[in-house]
Design a protein. Sequence first.
Length: 190
Amino acid sequence: MTEILLFHHALGLTDGVRWLAGRLTAAGHEVHAPDLFAGRTFTTIEEGVEHAEQDVGVEGILRRADEAADAHPGATAFIGISLGAMPAYRLAQTRPAARGCVAISAALPVDHFAPRWPENVALGIHLKSADPWGEEDRPVAWALAGEVAELYEYPGDQHLFTEHGHPGFDADATELVLARTLQGLGSPRA
């Protein structure tokens, strides 16, 4: 069993994020999905990004993620969807107990929060091959592939493809993300 912090995307802590957390829990892991937006949810990515940038700010998001990590010191895996990849990366790079990081619909340079990626922390990146929100992420992910990260690309242009109930939900790709994540976590039920 792995203790996981799952960080939501720009729509907030939605039912789709809770559904994904439930799937990981059903596989035998302890999953916490902190609410970085203090109860706010949005119907469009643009609205959520505006809220993140103007109302919460990067420092606010990282502070709330740190508070969640402090509240769950046993967490060793950090999963972030889109906007949530930022705190997942940071915690994976700065928490001594970290063992894994999964970024869905996002990729950041390895030196974003630390000089290099920790050798003992696995990194998995899951992207859609034609995601318009991922134009900057794909070259970063390709540079990390094989060296630091396992890169998985899925056909399509949906950004929030793991968001159950969202128009961009891709059930097949989500099942692959879950299977690959569970394999990386050493799931007791995978």
